[in-house]
Design a protein. Structure first.
Length: 288
């Protein structure tokens, strides 16, 4: 199980050029991948998009690649006029805000277009050289997601225990519900026979009461959904959507039980179950 929230940063050298890579992600229902690279190497965007799409299932993911240091033998050219313009603009902003001017070369080099790769840029060569660095970055990124996923899994398991206990409490009191229902049914049956001794009519009224107050089927379905939920958490590496779906199904059954309920004990168990479900769903929104 992996969290959708993660962060990883890595410095490296690609074809003799110092670069930095940053990868961070947040919660999202689907994969929302944003590739942020200098305009001079936009040819790499399809490669990067394909790379991360194969390794991340869902989440809002931001990837940044920055060119940090020039080497004389590399086909990367500095745009001096643009760098000077950036420097002046940053200095003007610092002066206007009354801040100390602490402009560094690293800050200038990060700005869009300051470093330019010439037209002979070898895309395939960069892809091959960049791949090992991306693998290392993704490994760090996933390690963070897995670690946080363990904490999420522990919280969900605790809430599952509360949910299971609540359903067990409902099931324990279901027999009392049946006894109460049986007494109501006998009374209703007697009233019907006194004013309308029509057997078919009596059967119809009885069927309505059966549907209205019996909760055994809801309990059976709820327990089956909980079993499926536990299996997803134990076996599925990316169970977020499935957990959310099963929680919706369980919530539907619990709501039905609550609407049929005639006992205080069951009512309290229903509230406890719904609270646990809400917590599980909140955590599921953080899971890939």
């Amino acid at each position: 199980m992996k969290s959708m929230t993660s962060y990883a940063y890595l410095d490296g050298i690609v074809n003799g050029t110092d670069i930095s890579c940053e990868l961070k992600s947040y919660n999202s229902r689907f994969l929302d991948l944003n590739i942020n690279i200098p305009s001079t190497i936009t040819q790499l965007e399809p490669f990067l998009r394909k790379y991360f799409s194969k390794r991340i299932i869902r989440g809002k993911v931001d990837f940044y690649l920055r060119l940090k240091k020039l080497h004389n033998d590399q086909p990367i050219l500095p745009n001096i006029p643009l760098a000077q313009s950036y420097y002046k603009s940053i200095a003007d902003i610092a002066h206007a805000l009354g801040m100390e001017n602490q402009i560094t070369l690293d800050l200038i080099l990060r700005q869009e277009g300051v470093l330019q790769i010439d037209k002979n840029f070898d895309e395939e060569l960069w892809q091959k050289a960049l791949a090992p660095l991306l693998d290392e970055l993704t490994e760090k990124f996933n390690a963070c997601r897995i670690e946080e996923g363990k904490a999420l899994s522990a919280d969900i398991r605790k809430m599952l225990a509360v949910l299971s206990n609540s359903v067990a409490e409902i099931e324990k009191n279901a027999a009392r519900m049946e006894q109460l229902f049986s007494a109501m049914l006998k009374k209703k049956f007697s009233e019907l026979m006194e004013r309308e001794p029509d057997p078919q009519r009596v059967m119809q009224e009885t069927a309505v009461l059966l549907v209205k107050y019996t909760i055994n089927e809801e309990i059976i379905r709820t327990k089956a959904h909980i079993t499926a939920l536990k299996k997803e958490i134990a076996e599925n590496e990316a169970p977020g959507r499935r957990i959310d779906f099963l929680c919706q199904e369980i919530n539907r059954e619990i709501n039905t039980i609550g609407s049929k309920n005639q006992l205080t004990e069951i009512g309290q168990a229903v509230i406890s179950a719904k609270d646990a479900l809400e917590n599980i769903r909140e955590q599921a929104h953080n899971i890939e």
